[in-house]
Unconditional design. Structure first.
Length: 604
């Protein structure tokens, strides 16, 4: 009798599971294909590290992450046990009375205890500790799932004292399999669907943080306008979110009290997809205001333990808005500057020429110079940053590195790309690539992390590859044998730029330089590869600071830096420097700023 009843239950619950999964698979299949398997070895490595060893999950939240890992490893260990029990229940084959199964069952016991400890802690955390990232509301779904998992483990452990042919043993077996079936029917519509999807999502996540493939204008691509434009990876992501809130608590916009919350973006995507709102404008799904609040710092994607990519949605939607002429006014002025003068401030190129002349810079010649120094918009026009570049030139001359600059430079296009003006970005990028190909440098050196990312990484999508190095990395290597001339030491703090620390992973080189040249670093809250953004990225350098909702991101970061008690802030990006000095002026705080190159040069 057991077998037919079990078959009916099995087909009912598996059918419920399959129907819900099919709905989601349909939505993924209907979306434009954005899946890629490029760089397979990297993907396999990340799968092993982040899925099998759960490194990403544990890294930021060691205790909760370890408890989650115990549950995950337990699930994997129990996979075969569940299969054997179901094969038996369905009357297909009984493998339970074999020698290997007896050994396997005994080996599973410690896993069951580990899962009980893990799930117990996670339930306690959700119900009583209630971290802000999980939201104020304790969902019934989470409690039910936690109770299901606990029941599964306890009924497994009870198979040791309870003989299977007793009433208690049979009841125990039925409770175990029924909970599995109920669990199966429940998960596709819950955040626990990540159990199934996250290994796939992590594997399919782009190896490049903030990956924004070029739009193909010949195919009339204009960016994301409505729900049906969302790419297949974004649709998959929407069903994978585990609502852990790591993206939220690491988002500088959310941290400064703005409406943008990357977790909400993912959940709103899911809601719109399941509601079948294919033609709904993305500006209405998320609100346009929110879409323009992202600094593109990359913290959300970088922290997400299940491989979700937020920037293709955020920047893709900006592209859609820009193509319809719906960019905010401050961007309109910046675009005008880029269009008329090829730089973000719209200044005349005679100013750059004056700087080039006064700094004694030669035009780059591949036969004569070791490196091409890319000045960038800030280096070409910002007097403050030009002081830092002069320091870099002094260091290069002192260490006998020959260098030159391009006769003419345009903006690399980063502000256009990150604000969704892809057409303008491609115009700037292709013109710059033509000039760079003519100059043919083997290595480009720049003090701007945004130039490193754009020229070194985004230009590759046009087939142009060159080594682009940030000055902190280059000068660190160049001065390994040098120590501070004065021998004096001072306490400083260092602000990691997002595009250097998080995107580039260069967190040790600036610190090594500071330490060698007499600085003792007091680390601020949020540092190294998870810094708190200065608020300039994604075109927000140009936003009207008076009209910003919530606090200014730069003010929040400045407070964190000031809280270290160090009187000097070392910076390594022209835009961080502008934003943080603005915050310092508002706070009227007695804090010194020094660019990393000047810090080194003054002590060389
Ligand atoms: S990229 Fe940065 S600012 Fe934008 S949503 Fe993600 S965390 Fe927030
Ligand atoms: S997007 Fe990722 S980090 Fe954000 S809540 Fe979802 S799972 Fe967590």
């Amino acid at each position: 009798m057991r077998t037919p009843i079990f078959w009916i239950l099995f087909l009912t619950f598996v059918g419920a599971f399959a129907a819900q999964v099919a709905r989601r698979v349909q939505l993924i299949a209907a979306a434009p294909n954005t899946f890629s398997l490029q760089d397979l070895p990297f993907r396999v490595r990340r799968f092993v590290v982040d899925v099998i060893f759960q490194v990403q999950t544990i890294r930021e939240r060691p205790l909760a992450g370890t408890m989650h890992a115990l549950v995950f490893w337990g699930f994997v260990a129990f996979g075969l046990y569940t299969t054997v029990e179901f094969l038996h229940g369905l009357g297909i084959v009984d493998l339970r009375h074999t020698a290997w199964f007896d050994v396997y069952r005994v080996l599973l016991a410690p896993f069951a205890v580990a899962v009980l400890i893990g799930i117990g802690y996670l339930l306690f955390r959700r119900a009583f500790l209630r971290p802000v990232a999980l939201g104020s509301h304790v969902s019934m779904e989470s409690i039910v799932i936690a109770l299901f998992i606990s029941t599964l483990m306890m009924t497994f452990l009870l198979t040791f004292p309870l003989a299977e042919d007793t009433v208690a043993g049979r009841v125990n077996w039925w409770v175990h399999v029924l909970v599995i079936l109920a669990f199966l029917a429940l998960i596709p519509a819950s955040k626990h669907f990540h159990l199934v999807l996250s290994p796939i999502t992590v594997f399919l996540k782009s190896p490049e943080l903030g990956n924004l493939p070029n739009l193909d204008f010949e195919k009339e691509q204009v960016g994301l306008e409505t729900v049906k434009d969302l790419g297949s990876k974004s649709v998959l992501d929407a069903f994978t979110c585990v609502e852990c809130g790591r993206c939220q608590v690491n988002c500088p916009a959310w941290g400064a009290g703005k409406a943008l919350n990357p977790k909400t973006i993912v959940l709103q995507t899911q809601e719109a997809l399941l509601a079948g709102a294919r033609d709904k404008k993305l500006g209405e799904v998320y609100s346009e205001e929110v879409l323009w609040q992202c600094t593109t710092c990359g913290a959300c994607e970088n922290q997400c333990p299940v491989g979700i990519e937020h920037l293709p949605i955020l920047i893709g939607s900006r592209r859609g808005l820009v193509s319809n002429g719906d960019a905010p006014d401050y961007l309109g002025s910046m675009y005008n500057n880029l269009e008329r003068r090829s730089n973000i401030w719209g200044l005349g190129y005679d100013q750059r020429s004056k700087f080039v002349q006064s700094a004694g810079l030669e035009t780059f010649d591949a036969a004569k110079h070791d490196v091409l120094v890319w000045l960038g918009c800030a280096g070409s026009f910002d007097a403050d940053f030009q002081k830092s570049l002069r320091s870099l030139f002094d260091i290069l001359r002192a260490r006998r590195v020959s260098f030159g600059v391009l006769a003419k430079e345009r903006c690399n296009g980063d502000p256009a790309k990150r604000t969704g003006n892809e057409y303008m970005f491609q115009e700037l990028a292709t013109s710059n690539i033509d000039d760079l190909k003519t100059a043919a440098p083997k290595k480009i050196l720049t003090s701007c992390p945004h130039c490193v990312k754009t020229i070194g990484s985004d230009y590759r999508k046009f087939g142009y590859e060159v080594e682009v190095v940030h000055s902190s990395v280059f000068v660190d290597e160049l001065t390994r044998d040098v120590r501070s001339a004065s021998g004096q030491r001072s306490t400083v703090t260092f602000h990691d730029p997002c595009y250097l620390g998080r995107y580039g992973g260069h967190v040790d080189e600036p610190r090594a330089l500071i330490a060698r040249f007499g600085g003792d670093i007091k680390e601020p809250e949020r540092n190294r590869d998870n810094p708190y953004c200065c608020g300039a990225g994604g075109g927000l350098l140009f936003a009207d600071k008076e009209e910003e909702p919530g606090s200014r991101i730069s003010d929040v970061r400045f407070k964190q830096l000031r809280a270290t008690g160090a009187g000097t802030v070392v910076t390594a990006c022209p835009f961080c420097s502008i934003m943080l000095k603005g915050a310092q002026a508002s706070a009227q705080a007695d804090v010194q700023f020094v660019d990393l190159m000047t810090f080194v040069k003054d002590r060389l």
